[in-house]
Design a protein around this ligand. Structure first.
Ligand code: ADP
Ligand code: MG
Length: 330
C-alpha cells in the first residue's frame, strides 16, 4: 500500500528528457539491441523511440496504455525489481500529456498500432513495421499551456535529452544507441554509440570512450571489487584527470542511473587524500546487488536509492577506489 502510493504520487513526466528516459528504458527492458531516438524542437513537438526489442502483441497494446498495467512485476513483488519498468505508468502518462502513437510487432505476427489523443484511445489497427516497437509522442503538453511554458529553450531541452541518452548508453554497452535531431526539416545525428563487443570491461571501456571521450578512457582505472553481496565495477579516472566541478560522476545501481548523495559522498571520500578540495573525481561506477538489498522506489523518477546497509556500499566504494588508486601509485 505505502509502496503503491509512493510510486503513484510522483509526476515523472516533467519534460521531454523524462519521456525519453521512460521510453528508452522500456526499449532496454524489451531486450533491444538497437535503440534510435529522434527529437524535434527539443522534444517538444516530437519524440520518437524505435527499437528492435520483443515488441507487443495486438491484444497487449491497449493494456500497455492502462495505468498501473505492467508486464514486469506482480503486486507482491515490489521490492524485487530487476527491470527498469515497474510502475506500469509511463505509457499511460505519455498518452495524457501529448499525442501518442505506438506501433509494435512481435515475431510471427503482423504489426499493429494504437493511438491516444486528447485522452481518447483508438482501436488497434494493422500497421507496417518490420520488427520491434516505435513509440511516437507529438506535441508534449499541448493541452496544458502552463506546463509547456515551464519548459526551457529547445536547446536546453535537447541537451537534457542528450544527457539522458548518454547516461543510459553508458549502462548498456552492448546496445547501439542513436540520437537524431529532426528540427527545421533536416536530420542530424547528435549522438551515436555502436554496440560494443568483447567482455564487459572491454565493452564498457569502449562505450565510455565514446560517451566521455578518449581522454577519460586513457586515464581510467578499472574498478572491480566485491563485499557482502555488493559488486562494484566501472572506471574511475586518475586524480590528474579531475575536474573543477562535479559534472562527470556517473553512478548506476543495478543498471539504473542514480544521483545519490551517499554514493557521491563515497566517491569524494575515496579521492580525499589525492585531490585538493576544489577538484572533483571523474568516474562511471556500477553497483550491482540482489534487488532485495536496495529500494529503488524512494523517488518516482527512480534516481534515488535506499540501501539496506549503506555502510557496506560506502565502504566498498571507498576501498575499491583507493585500492585502484594505490595500484596506480596514488
Ligand atoms: P512499465 O515499464 O513500468 O511496465 P510502461 O507504461 O512504461 O510501464 O509500459 C507498459 C508496458 O508496455 C510494459 O510493461 C511492457 O509490457 C510494454 N512495453 C512498453 N514499451 C515497450 C517496448 N518498447 N517494447 C515492448 N514492450 C513494451
Ligand atoms: Mg516503463
Amino acid at each position: 500500500e505505502a509502496a503503491i502510493n509512493r510510486i503513484a504520487a510522483g509526476e515523472v513526466l516533467e519534460r521531454p528528457a523524462s519521456a525519453v528516459k521512460e521510453l528508452v528504458e522500456n526499449s532496454i527492458d524489451a531486450g533491444a539491441q538497437r535503440i534510435e531516438v529522434v527529437i524535434a524542437d527539443g522534444g517538444k513537438t516530437l519524440i520518437r523511440v524505435s527499437d528492435d526489442g520483443c515488441g507487443m502483441a495486438a491484444d497487449d497494446l491497449p493494456l500497455a496504455l492502462s495505468r498501473h498495467a505492467t508486464s514486469k512485476i506482480d503486486g507482491s513483488d515490489l521490492l524485487n525489481i530487476t527491470s527498469f519498468g515497474f510502475r506500469g505508468e509511463a505509457l499511460a502518462s505519455l498518452g495524457a500529456v501529448g499525442r501518442l502513437l505506438i506501433t509494435s510487432r512481435t515475431p510471427g505476427d503482423g504489426a499493429h498500432s494504437i493511438a491516444v489523443s486528447g485522452g481518447r484511445i483508438s482501436d488497434v489497427r494493422p500497421a507496417a513495421l518490420t520488427s520491434g516497437t516505435v513509440v511516437e509522442l507529438r506535441d508534449m503538453f499541448y493541452a496544458t499551456p502552463a506546463r509547456l511554458k515551464f519548459l526551457r529553450t529547445d536547446r536546453a531541452e535537447a541537451q537534457a535529452v542528450t544527457d539522458v541518452v548518454k547516461r543510459l548508453a553508458m549502462a548498456e554497452p552492448f546496445v547501439t544507441f542513436i540520437l537524431r535531431d529532426a528540427s527545421d526539416g533536416d536530420t542530424r545525428v547528435v549522438f551515436r554509440a555502436d554496440a560494443q563487443t568483447g567482455d564487459l570491461f572491454d565493452a564498457l571501456h569502449g562505450r565510455l570512450q565514446t560517451v566521455l571521450g578518449r581522454d577519460f578512457a586513457d586515464n581510467a582505472l578499472r574498478i572491480d571489487a566485491e563485499r557482502d553481496g555488493f559488486h562494484l565495477t566501472g572506471y574511475a579516472a586518475l586524480p590528474t584527470y579531475s575536474r573543477g566541478a562535479a559534472v562527470a560522476q556517473f553512478l548506476f545501481v543495478n543498471g539504473r542511473p542514480v544521483r545519490d548523495k551517499m554514493l557521491l559522498g563515497a566517491l569524494r571520500a575515496a579521492y580525499m587524500d589525492v585531490l585538493s578540495r576544489d577538484r572533483h573525481p571523474v568516474a562511471a561506477l556500477f553497483v550491482d546487488c540482489d534487488p532485495m538489498l536496495v529500494d529503488v522506489n524512494v523517488h518516482p523518477a527512480k534516481s534515488e536509492v535506499r540501501f539496506r546497509d549503506p555502510g557496506v556500499v560506502r565502504g566498498l566504494i571507498v576501498s575499491g577506489l583507493r585500492h585502484a588508486l594505490a595500484g596506480a601509485g596514488h
